[in-house]
Design a protein around this ligand. Structure first.
Ligand SMILES: NC(=O)c1ccc[n+]([C@@H]2O[C@H](COP(=O)([O-])OP(=O)(O)OC[C@H]3O[C@@H](n4cnc5c(N)ncnc54)[C@H](O)[C@@H]3O)[C@@H](O)[C@H]2O)c1
Length: 409
């Protein structure tokens, strides 16, 4: 009898037949494995494969009846021995991540990054709770099927649904991407009204069923207003936990500064986007640095900075829509990853990042009661503080004042 023993980080106690193909994938090519068997040790599960010519050993596999679809999807309905998993020191406790608009284009990039471990780390198992609209439910099943077929070891649970009160249950992160896009002939006020209703409901649902310290990142536009509405409808969740995504704008600004200065973009730091993810945003070149030096000492063309650079960043999204015929999806997903990582890893010394947060108590004199992008630092615990040591000149002050007026009105 030939025996091939495989170490595996998997700690599932039961395997479904559809998972056997993955297990046998781990067997060295010359040793075909029909029946992998799970052995549990204190640290991790081990799979041994028994192969014999005359005698076929029965697999130690128990087929489970899937739970109902509202709880889980397909292969993710299998029961995992989470108690044993908690005992496994090399793995962290499962975290619940809710994603709305999960059948959309941004999510199509983001979900696979989340499931791969790229965002929360290679030792962090996750559960994905996917919220769709009634119209996108079938597409959502397609997304869940692709997640099944990707065999991500860290992806322990997937559930799909259209009721935020079910999907947001115990969510520790809520990435709110789904929103109604502006249709032909639709007025801005109509769009605000429809999305206002969506985000008010999602805020109430988070308030009712999510983790009390859930971190919420609103991506669906108009994201600052949507974040504010969501926050106001979730009074039991700290107001500072609500973010509107402006990291994409920060990344775009860094790219343009690097291009102009002729440096690689990792040399650009301390870039703040003030305001809203819209054409009124203020990309701050006054405080930004290139290779540790003020941008204005490296790029001495103030006219370019005030006019061309600022407008390029403000209008980048629109130009991209003209080229692609749709709005940015891959780079937005990357920036959501950056935004999460900015909160769960300590900010590099001297640097900061931009995120749209509640303005109450801000040290810059920005109107209170709105969600506005400002410079923040984090010690990596999911929380942040506003950066105090930023400088202003008349140009920057006026631009910020104009951007805040737009959000108040
Ligand atoms: N903040 C940013 O930097 C930034 C950048 C790019 C795009 N966006 C915004 O992100 C949003 C999504 O973009 P996309 O390209 O993924 O759009 P998309 O149209 O491809 O996907 C949106 C998905 O959300 C779903 N949806 C609509 N209403 C919903 C609801 N109430 N609950 C759950 N799901 C719902 C739709 O059915 C669709 O599947 C848009 O509002 C877009 O303007 C923001």
């Amino acid at each position: 009898m030939a025996v091939a023993e495989l170490n595996s980080a998997f700690t599932k106690t039961h395997f479904h037949s559809s998972q056997l193909s993955f297990l046998s994938r781990s067997v060295p090519k010359h040793q075909h494995c029909d029946f992998p068997t799970l052995h549990r040790t204190q640290q991790h599960a081990r799979i041994s494969c028994s192969v014999t010519q005359n005698q076929v050993q029965a697999p130690a596999v128990q087929i489970q009846e899937p739970k109902s679809k509202s709880d889980c999807y397909g292969v993710f309905c299998l029961t995992y021995d989470l108690k044993a998993e908690e005992e496994t020191k090399s793995w962290k406790k499962l975290i619940n991540i809710a994603v709305s608009g999960a059948a959309g284009m941004i999510s199509n990039h983001l979900l696979f990054k989340l499931a791969s471990g790229e965002v929360f780390g290679p030792d962090q198992p996750i559960a994905l709770k996917l919220l769709g609209s009634e119209r996108s439910l079938q597409a959502l099943e397609g997304v869940a099927m692709e997640l099944e077929d990707s065999l991500f070891p860290l992806l322990r649970e997937v559930s799909i649904g259209i009721d935020p009160y079910e999907v947001f249950q115990d969510a520790e992160w809520a990435l709110l991407i789904g929103a109604k896009p502006r249709g032909p002939g639709m007025e801005r006020a109509d769009l605000l009204d429809i999305n206002g209703q969506i985000f008010a409901e999602q805020g109430r649902a988070l308030n009712a069923v999510a983790s009390r310290n859930v971190k919420v990142i609103v991506v669906g536009n108009p994201c600052n207003t949507n974040a504010l509405i969501c926050m106001k409808n979730a009074p039991n969740i700290p107001a500072k936990n609500f973010h509107a995504l402006t990291r994409l704008d920060e990344n775009r600004a860094k790219c343009q500064l690097a291009l102009k200065a002729g440096v690689f973009y990792d040399k650009v730091s301390n870039v703040t986007i003030w305001g809203n993810h819209s054409t009124t945003q203020v990309p701050d070149f006054l405080n930004a640095k290139i290779d540790g030096m003020p941008v204005i000492d490296v790029i001495k063309d103030r006219k370019w900075l005030e006019e061309e650079f600022t407008e390029k960043v403000q209008k980048r999204g629109g130009v991209l829509i003209q080229k692609w015929g749709r709005s940015s999806a891959a780079s937005t997903a990357v920036s959501i990853v950056d935004a999460i990582r900015a909160l769960i890893t300590p900010t590099p010394k001297g640097d900061w990042f931009s995120t749209g947060v509640y303005t109450d108590g801000n040290p810059y004199g920005i109107a209170e009661g709105i969600v506005f992008s400002m410079p923040c630092r984090s010690n990596g615990d999911g929380d942040y503080v506003l950066v105090k040591d930023v400088i202003f000149d008349d140009y920057l002050r006026n631009r910020i004042a104009k951007a805040s007026v737009k959000l108040i009105s």
